[in-house]
Design a protein around this ligand. Structure first.
Ligand code: URA
Length: 245
């Protein structure tokens, strides 16, 4: 690694609030994260949505869902300049799934979620957790790029979200990280702001759902990286089977 790359790497870890590197994974043996308020101990249950027919393997099920989506014309986004559908990427058997909002310009060109600037930051966060993009699954609430990266509209979310729900049902991750307000609000069926949702854990089907800030927000507000890192440490705890109670 060059000196410049090493400097950037250390700066990034500094922004996450990591002040040193330990051999022992630091999330092992930790008690409740300090940021969790007492009322967060109670795990609210998200409303149920219908389950799907199971195919032989998650990979086959995902392929079938992608086929159902087809060259989708269910909402107006197909007339508004999308180049391609951005379905999802990663391990169909992942324990950890990230759900974003919608593809941006880079994702629309490459056909893969989170490959632009925000995506590169997400990749760094995943790697700081000791994982790779190949080990997790990454998808979006909306599969087509909204024009000028505007916010998804309710009719677009309504048409597209069943495909996300089916992806989740197929992968059956242990933890779902909802990146930003649109993913969190759609999955939790709430209009609560992300500032109220983040840092809390929700039971979602068989998974724990952890809302956190969107990487694009972190690009604008680097100081919020520390809070996201607290959330990711908790995600690691859950994945390693540790309980905070
Ligand atoms: N932002 C998202 O929410 N998803 C992407 O895939 C890229 C940027």
């Amino acid at each position: 690694m060059s000196q410049d790359a090493l400097k950037a790497h250390l700066e990034f870890f500094g922004e996450l609030g990591i002040d040193g590197v330990r051999r022992e994974p630091e999330w092992r043996g930790r008690a409740v994260s300090a940021h969790r308020r007492p009322e967060d101990q109670e795990i609210p249950v998200a409303p149920a949505v219908p389950t799907v027919q199971l195919f032989a393997s998650p990979a086959e099920t995902l392929a079938a869902i992608r086929e159902d989506l087809g060259d989708c014309t269910r909402c107006k986004l197909h007339t508004l300049g999308r180049r391609q559908i951005v379905f999802g990427v990663g391990n169909p058997n992942a324990d950890l799934m990230f759900v974003g909002e919608a593809p941006g310009a880079d994702e629309d060109i490459q056909g893969e979620p989170f490959v632009g600037r925000a995506g590169q930051l997400l990749t760094k966060i995943i790697e700081a957790m000791g994982l790779t993009r190949d080990q997790v699954y990454i998808a979006n609430l909306i599969k087509c790029r909204p024009p000028q990266n505007r916010n998804p509209e309710p009719d677009e979310a309504a048409e597209c979200e069943p495909f996300l729900f089916r992806q989740i049902d197929s992968i059956r991750p242990k933890v779902i990280v909802a990146l930003g307000k649109f993913a969190a609000q759609a999955l939790l069926r709430t209009s609560d702001p992300i500032t109220r949702l983040r840092g809390r854990e929700f039971a979602y089907r068989d998974a724990i759902l952890m809302p956190t800030y969107h990487p694009a927000y972190l690009l604008r507000t680097p100081s919020a990286k520390r809070e996201v890192w607290e959330d990711m440490k908790r995600v690691k705890e859950i994945l390693s089977g540790q309980r905070s109670e």
